[in-house]
Design a protein around this ligand. Structure first.
Ligand code: ATP
Ligand code: MG
Length: 441
């Protein structure tokens, strides 16, 4: 039994009571991204495993420990996407999108999969909103992308996120930095965790992102990348800071951020929360100028970010953000007897076709039980259709929130219900206004 009634560890159901929150967030994300020119792209949930090992990087935690990889029935190794960028770059190249107008701006809301130790803000199936931009090498693009993330947080009413930025340089200046890191970590080899000892030669920067406490202590004294970046990378970083200042977006430079994925170059950034526990990074992103070429395209600068929606929700709750009210049933049509029930269903369908949220019985309940259900539902209006209503051609529509009942003709029923709902909404606005005025007096 347990196997069937328990979801896999690290997964979460979004139940009907919460789905309106998710829809609101997803709509806000996509709408805000659209204002900045980003259009949605949809790619498969699984890709060839090699795509991720090549792009995310062989020595990263994601590829070494966290991927859901399996052989399909054709014995091909496939992986449930642990992040969104690799699939987007693959799709952009496969469909020749870089031949169109540049910059190309894409965005997505997707489930991602990582085999991690589940805890608050860390799941095995989680959701990301991400954006990817292809073409621009100017720091103006870095600022645009950061401004979009910032605007999303503002639109959702999120406060208290700190923006941390850093530059991890280009492959040329990074070689010098990696050599310095190798020397430093070699001197502290014994103090590093086993995985990081293995990373030392191939990718010493990964050690900076290691989550194990022993490595943390060593990383404290490690050389800082900003002391090693070349003039071009420094100029790019200064350009970004200048633009963020201009846009009024506050930030701090954190020379310790390197991000957990290998493809980043130059700018990296994070929006971090102090309010949601240890998993405080709500959004992470940066440039990946080498990735398009690495995956077989012509050299194209690119950049993006991804935010974890579960962490975003935690932060919204921590900030007391408001969500729109759920849509409640406009009208419940109770049926009495065979003919009444049939007419109720017919009218109900007509209303639904006109765009109203209407319900009628399908549980074969008594009229009393139907009205009780309508009440539970929070329906704004309810009407009973029985023999006498069918004969007179009109019914009583009851205002379930305590207002007056009105007689409504069954011909042009939808039109009259529309007027009732409008009047109801109008009265609510007027009353809310009066309340507000009373409060101010
Ligand atoms: P962390 O340091 O928390 O492991 P990361 O560096 O692995 O994060 P990215 O790969 O940059 O994260 O993913 C971007 C965002 O996706 C994160 O900032 C976070 O909000 C979210 N995220 C990543 N992994 C998870 C997860 N296992 N569960 C929930 N959200 C996640
Ligand atoms: Mg991680």
């Amino acid at each position: 039994m347990a196997v069937i009634t328990n979801a896999p560890r690290g997964t979460q159901d979004v139940l009907p009571a919460q789905s309106a929150r998710w829809q609101y967030i997803e709509n806000t994300l996509l709408r805000t991204a659209e204002l900045f020119g980003f259009r949605e792209i949809r790619t498969p949930v699984f890709e060839h495993t090699e795509l991720f090992s090549r792009s995310v990087g062989d020595t990263t935690d994601v590829v070494q420990k966290e991927m859901y990889t399996f052989l399909d029935k054709g014995k091909r190794s496939v992986t449930l996407r642990p992040e969104g960028t690799a699939g987007v770059v693959r799709a952009v190249l496969q469909n020749g999108l870089l031949g169109g107008a540049l910059p190309l701006r894409t965005c997505y809301v997707i489930p991602c999969f990582r085999y991690e130790k589940p805890q608050a803000g860390r799941l095995r199936e989680f959701h990301q909103f991400g954006v990817e931009m292809f073409g621009p090498k100017s720091p103006a693009a870095d600022a645009q992308v950061i401004a979009l993330a910032n605007e999303i947080f503002q639109t959702l009413g999120i406060e208290g996120l700190e923006l941390h930025i850093n530059s991890i340089g280009c492959p040329e200046c990074r070689a010098k930095y990696q050599q310095a890191l190798r020397e430093y970590f070699t001197a502290h080899l014994g103090a590093l965790c086993e995985t990081c000892q293995g990373r030392l030669e191939k990718n010493p920067m990964r050690i900076l992102d290691c989550k194990s406490p022993e490595c943390h202590a060593v990383v404290e004294g490690a050389p800082l990348v900003l002391d090693y970046i070349c003039d071009d990378c420094r100029e790019h970083f200064e350009g970004l800071k200048k633009r963020l200042d201009l846009l009024g977006i506050s930030y701090s430079v954190d020379p310790k951020i390197v991000r957990g994925l290998d493809y980043y170059t130059r700018t990296v950034f994070e929006f971090v929360s102090q309010k949601i526990g240890a998993q405080g990074t709500v959004c992470g992103g940066g440039r990946y100028d080498g990735l398009v070429e690495e995956l077989g395209g012509s050299a194209t600068p690119a950049l993006g970010f991804a935010m974890g929606l579960e962490r975003l929700l935690l932060q919204m709750d921590a900030c007391g953000c408001l969500f729109p009210e759920e849509n409640t049933c406009d009208i419940y049509l109770a049926g009495m007897g065979e003919a009444g029930s049939l007419r109720a269903q017919q009218l109900c369908y007509e209303l639904q076709q006109e765009g109203f949220y209407a319900e009628c019985d399908c549980m074969e309940r008594s009229v009393k039980a139907q009205m009780k259900y309508a009440d539970k539902l929070g329906a704004k209006y309810a009407a009973v259709l029985g023999e006498s209503e069918l004969q007179s051609g009109e019914c009583t529509v009851k205002d379930m929130r305590g207002g007056k009942s009105v007689q409504v003709s069954l011909t042009d029923f939808a039109g009259q219900i529309y007027r009732l709902l409008l009047e109801g909404a109008y009265t609510e606005v007027i009353e809310a206004g009066e309340q507000l005025q009373k409060g101010q007096e």
